[in-house]
Design a protein around this ligand. Sequence first.
Ligand SMILES: [Mg+2]
Length: 276
Amino acid sequence: MTEQISHVLLDIEGTTCPLSFVSGTLFPYAARELGPYLERHHQDETVQMHCQAVIEAWQQDSDPQARQLWSQAQKCNSVEVGATTVRQWHGSEIEPYLQWLIASDRKLTPLKELQGMVWAEGYARGELVGDLFEEVPGVLQDWQHQGLVLGVYSSGSIAAQKLLYGHSQVGDLCPLFSYWFDTHSGGKHEIDSYKRICAAMDVKPQQVLFISDSVAELRAAAAAELQVVLSDRDNSVAPEQTPIPTHTTPAETGSYRSISSLNQLQLNSVQPRSHV
Ligand SMILES: [Mg+2]
């Protein structure tokens, strides 16, 4: 018998928020606003700490293009030899390297931190609004009223998740969620991540419904015994979003229940919430 669902764990991109919001809005905003942000905030201690970390990574970066940018910066006397000496950095000194990292899709922790700070300011100024699929706020509110415990599991940082839900098109939706998980709980294709998350929520995996647009994520969650539903917004899961292992048969990939809107899920009321 299928267990009664008490918890709903939600992916964000492709599930509650269009993929285009992240690639078409958030990342271009960060790339455009990073330089001005650094100029405005270069006196801040946290910004300086991340700038110093960027300089150290740049100095050690062996990529020929990174080396070329480093030499150019030295020629302009904007970055000195022996630059790991602590000093105050101006945004214009490190921006060429940061923009190159962004353009090459290179991940660097201090860059990620700085992008997060740029987004936080953008949301606070009202220049960014968390763009959720239309039915999402109402459905999440209904589920919470029914007594379901809601959690987020996204590869974006918990800080970024809270910014998005905290500044949605209908205002702050953060209070609807009891749990927030990112890759600190493990990768989304790993079975153990889902076991860890259920343990953190203190619930049997069978009572948790995980919704995602990625078949690979659903496979891992299902292997950890969670109930799963595929979010297939346009009824055609993009292959690059769902790397299907070669040993998977079409029948297996088609075996997940799929929805194109959260409205299509009828979750029965559950007992009073035991977790806050
Ligand atoms: Mg997704």
